[in-house]
Design a protein. Sequence first.
Length: 72
Amino acid sequence: MDPLEIAKLENYLRSKFQLPTIQIKRRPQKDDSAEVFIGDEFIGLMYRDDDDDDLSWSFQMAILEFDIEEAG
């Protein structure tokens, strides 16, 4: 994913979740996905899909049981 695409996705997520600390960062040696952070905490991956002439992105976030218990 190129920097312009990442900036557009980052702006979309910040607006959608009303969370200005969301960041999307390129992954080394991967051009079909990027890492998503809130502040310094890694929260998931954003994948680019343009296989069917329809460009889309999907966000994947794993939530561990430990994280839920810690949140109370």
